[in-house]
Design a protein around this ligand. Sequence first.
Ligand code: NAP
Length: 252
Amino acid sequence: MQDKPVALVTGANQGIGLQIAKDLVAHGFTVLIGSRNLERGEAAAWEVGPDARALQLDVTDRASIAAAADRIRKEVGRLDVLVNNAAISNTSKPPDMPIAEFAKLTRPSNVSLDEVRTVWETNVFGPLAVYQAMLPLLRQAPAARIVNVSSGVGSLTRNSDPAYPYRSTFGPSYPASKTALNAITLAMAIELESTRIKVNAASPGFTKTNLNHYAGTETVEEGAREAVRLALLGPDGPTGTFSHATLGTLPW
Ligand code: NAP
């Protein structure tokens, strides 16, 4: 077993996940760059530096998740931080279609159930499956941290407010997948509240990444900040919370 703490970031070959990996390396971690495509993971690990290693991990593929857990057990022998970051926003939006237009095609009345299932498979069942596979390793760490990368657009409280600007885009696919991830975050925190493991959800804010065809307004450094803070929480830090770097605690 190695002395340095180890973090696994899913979907870390690009975007916010890659920046979280860079920041955790800067804080002294060995970081496993989860990537469904190993070559892209290796390229990202090379970019991050010698304390990063690529790990093939497709969060929708049970065999891939089991193999990743096995490799961590055998090759590094510990896991201190899990960041469930991997997600997709949709499977069918043309790149040049504005989000507001796509939202009209993905309302409860007309969204394709296949679209919803595919998005939830990655964004909801993926983090849950990775949690189940990695929990035995996390339990062995002195004080593990789990961070689920969620989104403010999943907040039921905010979407209940007619003044919330993204309200018209709230729908069963991506936004509700983040609502479900929030629910699962709280369930994980409740399950682990008698342990030293803390589980929290981070909202990155509207960040310039491939997920939104680089339409976001925040940099990846800004988008990664809250997830990194939650990954580094000390013993007095909270568990079962949902927060954003500058807005603070968000309502579920
Ligand atoms: P991104 O650049 O598109 O990165 C998403 C990552 O997830 C990619 O590495 C992607 O891999 C990976 N991924 C997708 N499906 C996967 C699977 N089945 N298994 C493993 N990895 C998979 O998007 P991002 O903006 O950085 O997103 C990171 C997180 O922030 C997501 O949870 C997203 O919902 C959240 N978020 C983003 C924003 C924003 O404005 N960007 C706002 C709120 C929340 P490939 O490279 O192979 O596609």
